[in-house]
Design a protein around this ligand. Structure first.
Ligand SMILES: *Cc1c(COP(=O)(O)O)cnc(C)c1O
Length: 377
C-alpha cells in the first residue's frame, strides 16, 4: 500500500469495481429500461465528481439528487443530462431550477401553481416529474388524487410533464406491500396517456421484482451501484455487484494494561485479563458510530479486534492481546478485508444498529477519499 493512502483515517473508493457494478446492473435491466443514477449526499459518501464522471461515461440516462446544490454540481459537469430533484424545492431556491435546467418533483397543487408562476415570470418552461404517494406517506400526491393533479399540471402552460414516479417504502422487507404500491400506481397510469413519459418506481431493493412487461421504463438506483446489496442477507440473484467502499484507520499507540483496568469515557469497559490495547487514530468525528462502542471490531493482521469501551471523538480503543508484532502506524480495517476476514458495509451498519445508507453518508469530511482501481480522469 503506498504511503499517500495512509493517513489517520481514510476511505478507498474502488472505481474499477464501481464501473463493473454499473455494467452488471445495466446488463440485468430489461431492454430499453432507463437508468436514473441516484447520487444524493455526495454520491452516498463516495464523492460526487468522481462517481458522476464514471456514471456519465458508462451511459446512464439521468441523475437524481436531493437538492438544488447537488443538482448544480452535476450540471456544471455536463450540460444536457436530465437531473431530477427528489426532495421539495424551497421558494428561494427555485430560480436555480430554470438557470440550471433542473427537473423538480411535484407533489401538490400548490407546488404546481407556484412553479408554473415562476416559470411564467422567467418566460421559461419547466420540466417536472409528478410524484405519487402509493404508501410511503412522505412526498407525492396521494394516489387517489393523482389524476386530478396530473390534469392540473397538463393545463399549466409553463410546466412540461416529463415523468411520473412513486417510491416504495418496504421494498427490502415486504414484497406484498411493494406489489400493492405498484398496483396503485398502475391504476393511476391506466387513466392517462403515457406517451413520452418516464415512469419509474424501482430502487435498489425492488430490482429483483422488476419485469419488462409493465409501463415502467426507468429505475432509480442508488445503493446497489456501490456494491452494497440492500438486503440483510444478500439475495440479489441476477445482479452481481462487488464492494466499492473500504474504510481504514491506523494504530496510533500500543500499551499493556493489567486486568480490571477501566477503559474509556464512563468506564464503559473493564479488562477481563491482562491485555494489550491499541489506540486507533479515528473516532466518531470520522464516522465510526458511537453505537459500535463495546460491540464493533476492526481487522488488524487479518484478525478481528474488538472495540473496547466507548468510541471517542478522535480515538477508538481495541483489544490486540492475541496479536503479535503489531506496530504503531499499522493499518486497521473498519470496512473491507484483511487476510481472510472481511467487514462489509452491511455488517458495519448492522452492528451499529443502523442501515448501509446511513453508515455510508455518515463517514465525515475529515476522512480523505482515495480513489483507486481506475485511472483518474
Ligand atoms: C434515495 C432514493 C432512491 C435510491 O434508493 P436506493 O435504495 O439507494 O437504490 C430512489 N428513489 C428515491 C425517491 C430516493 O430518495
Amino acid at each position: 500500500m503506498s504511503i499517500n493512502r495512509q493517513q489517520r483515517c481514510w476511505a478507498e473508493i474502488d472505481l474499477a469495481a464501481f464501473e463493473r457494478n454499473l455494467k452488471g446492473i445495466q446488463a440485468a435491466l430489461p431492454a430499453k429500461m432507463r437508468y436514473v443514477a441516484v447520487v444524493k449526499a455526495d454520491a452516498y459518501g463516495h464523492g460526487m465528481p468522481q462517481i458522476v464522471r464514471r456514471l456519465m461515461q458508462s451511459g446512464v440516462d439521468a441523475f437524481a439528487v436531493a437538492n438544488i446544490k447537488e443538482a448544480a454540481d452535476i450540471r456544471h459537469m455536463g450540460v444536457g443530462w436530465p437531473i431530477l430533484i427528489l426532495s421539495p424545492v424551497l421558494p428561494e431556491e427555485a430560480a436555480r431550477l430554470i438557470e440550471d435546467d433542473l427537473t423538480p418533483t411535484i407533489s401538490t397543487q400548490a407546488e404546481a401553481n407556484w412553479l408554473n408562476e415562476l416559470a411564467r415570470q422567467k418566460r421559461a418552461q419547466l420540466k417536472v416529474h409528478l410524484k405519487i404517494d402509493t404508501g410511503m406517506g412522505r412526498l407525492g400526491v396521494w394516489h387517489e388524487q393523482a389524476t386530478e393533479l396530473l390534469h392540473t399540471i397538463q393545463q399549466l402552460p409553463h410546466l412540461k410533464l416529463e415523468g411520473i414516479y412513486t417510491h416504495f417504502s418496504s421494498a427490502d422487507s415486504e414484497p406484498s406491500f411493494t406489489r400493492l404500491q405498484r398496483e396503485r400506481l398502475l391504476r393511476v397510469l391506466e387513466t392517462i396517456p403515457k406517451e413520452g413519459l418516464l415512469i419509474h418506481a424501482d430502487n435498489s431493493a425492488s430490482l429483483r421484482s422488476l419485469s419488462g412487461t409493465n409501463p415502467f421504463n426507468a429505475v432509480r438506483i442508488g445503493l446497489l451501484q456501490f456494491g452494497v446489496p440492500p438486503y440483510p442477507q444478500s439475495a440479489l440473484g441476477h445482479v452481481p455487484v462487488e464492494p466499492v467502499f473500504s474504510f481504514y484507520t491506523r494504530v496510533g499507540l500500543i500499551k499493556d494494561l493489567p486486568a480490571a483496568t477501566d477503559i474509556s469515557y464512563g468506564r464503559t469497559h473493564q479488562l477481563a485479563r491482562d491485555s494489550r490495547i491499541a489506540v486507533l487514530t479515528a473516532g466518531y468525528a470520522d464516522g465510526i458510530p458511537l453505537a459500535l462502542s463495546n460491540t464493533g471490531a476492526v481487522l488488524i493482521h487479518g484478525q478481528r479486534c474488538p472495540i473496547l469501551g466507548r468510541v471517542t471523538m478522535d480515538q477508538t480503543i481495541v483489544d490486540i492481546t492475541p496479536l503479535v508484532n503489531v506496530e504503531p502506524g499499522e493499518t486497521a480495517v473498519l470496512i473491507g478485508s484483511s487476510g481472510a476476514e472481511e467487514i462489509t458495509v452491511t455488517e458495519f451498519s448492522q452492528t451499529a444498529g443502523s442501515i448501509p445508507w446511513e453508515s455510508l453518508c455518515s463517514i465525515t469530511k475529515r476522512v480523505t477519499r482515495v480513489y483507486v482501481g481506475s485511472r483518474e480522469i
